[in-house]
Design a protein around this ligand. Structure first.
Ligand SMILES: [Zn+2]
Length: 427
């Protein structure tokens, strides 16, 4: 096995240039980007990425759910294929680093590794593919992690293609419109590595520069429909009202109470409420709540969901309405690959970067992929823990440090011939 290359660093200038460029797509002028999936801004960013891939000799592949891949064969056909990446879509008026960092740092790392290997006369033993997953964010189309989940086989393709946004446009129609309804077979790698901003302030507080996520929390996304009766908000006597939003309000408060009963081991929210007909002088006839329950342990999620379910009839009765769970989407809790975690930690130590272990509570494409191949998501610090907002920020130094860890990880995986356990020293 080759000795680890002490001086291996990513091309920081290339990384900065690419990061600057990708941030122009959907630039909101205040540091953020507005680049929801399959919008014109998102299409422009993807078109640019395709052009960069092609100009650097990558094969561009687009599968039938709109996942975009750039594959670089350095070791010839049949060699182990290592997949890196994240997503280029953003939340509405989100930040520039969430997702885009993972794609750009992957490209910078593979390009740096390629240049280094060429210069040093090393024959690589692995091929590399960079993924830009379709609809990670789930802001415009639900559920989130859509492209990676279809890829992983946990969400049906037809179901995904038929998802609609608020205006009724389907994923399929928008894939066609933007030119990302492909027909290429998706690559079949041996592992997946995603770098991402932390989106919390645990690293900043502890001074850590690198944090492999070791567990991913599970989530139950519960859609509840509250049905009342549409009426005038003026003359209708109070006792005759069946106010769906009032019923929703009781449910929202209950969701928070459930979280309070399980302090720190259960996170909850109701972040979206679709009110019908949504007029200030009509007693609402219908309200749909999007409740989320998240926990590191499956038993906690089951408990929370059961509590909510049991409470619904009583809460609805208080508002003289009906409440019904119409959809539950469950993402199981789990652990990332131990070999990849060990490898990440060794490299961080080797580079003298303070590290810590984290759980990820948010979903990531790496979580979806972890079910079918060894995967890892590695975090770099977020200033003030901000994410999904224009002032989301990670310093250039911390971004590049993450890139150096990624580069050394892929170099060691390559040196081990694609054997993760060997690369991570767990075998
Ligand atoms: Zn993300």
């Amino acid at each position: 096995m080759r000795e680890p290359n002490v001086s291996l660093r990513i091309d920081a200038e290339l990384f900065a240039t690419l990061m600057e460029k990708v941030s122009e797509f959907g630039d909101t002028g205040d540091g953020g980007v507005n680049r929801p999936v399959l919008t014109d801004a998102h299409k422009a960013a993807r078109d640019w990425l395709c052009a960069v891939f092609r100009s650097r000799g990558y094969e561009v592949l687009i599968d039938d759910i709109g996942n975009l891949f750039g594959q670089m064969d350095l070791a010839g056909p049949g060699a182990p294929l290592v997949m890196l990446g994240s997503h280029l879509d953003s939340q509405p008026f989100g930040g520039r680093f969430d997702g885009a960092y993972g794609v750009i740092v992957a490209l910078a790392a593979v390009e740096s590794w390629r240049a280094t290997a060429e210069e040093a006369g090393i024959a690589p033993s692995c091929n590399f593919v960079i993924a830009d997953w379709m609809n990670e964010e789930g802001a415009r189309f639900q559920p989130s992690l859509l492209g990676s989940s279809v890829y992983a086989g946990t969400v049906a393709r037809d179901f995904a293609l038929a998802r609609t946004d608020m205006s009724g446009a389907t994923v399929e129609a928008e894939l066609m419109r933007t030119g990302y309804k492909g027909s290429d077979a998706a690559p079949k790698p041996t592992c997946f590595i995603e770098f991402h901003i932390e989106g919390d302030d645990k690293m900043e507080k502890s001074g850590a520069k690198i944090a492999p996520f070791v567990r991913h929390w599970g989530a139950s996304k519960v859609r509840i429909e509250v049905t009342g009766e549409q009426n005038h908000t003026g003359p209708t006597p109070m006792q005759d009202r069946h106010d769906a939003v009032l019923g929703a309000a009781y449910i929202i408060a209950k969701v928070k109470e459930i979280a309070d009963a399980a302090a720190d081991t259960l996170y909850t929210s109701v972040a979206r409420l679709d009110v019908s007909p949504n007029s200030p002088n009509i007693v609402p006839g219908k309200a749909v709540l999007f409740a989320e329950l998240r926990a590191p342990e499956p038993v906690m999620l089951e408990w929370a969901e059961a509590e909510l379910r049991a409470a619904l009839p009583g809460l609805a009765a208080r508002a003289a309405v009906k409440a019904e769970i119409i959809e539950v989407e469950r993402r199981p809790a789990g652990r990332f690959d131990a070999g990849l975690v060990a490898l990440c930690e060794q490299v961080a130590d080797f580079l003298g970067l303070k590290r810590m272990q984290l759980d990820t509570i948010a979903g990531h494409d790496g979580v979806a992929l972890n079910g079918i191949m060894p995967s890892i998501v590695v975090a770099v610090p977020s200033v003030n823990g901000v994410i999904h907002r224009n002032d989301e920020f990670t310093s250039e130094e911390d971004l590049v440090a993450g890139g150096n860890v990624l580069l050394q990880m892929i170099e060691r995986i390559d040196a081990a011939g694609g054997d993760l356990a060997k690369a991570g020293g767990t075998k």
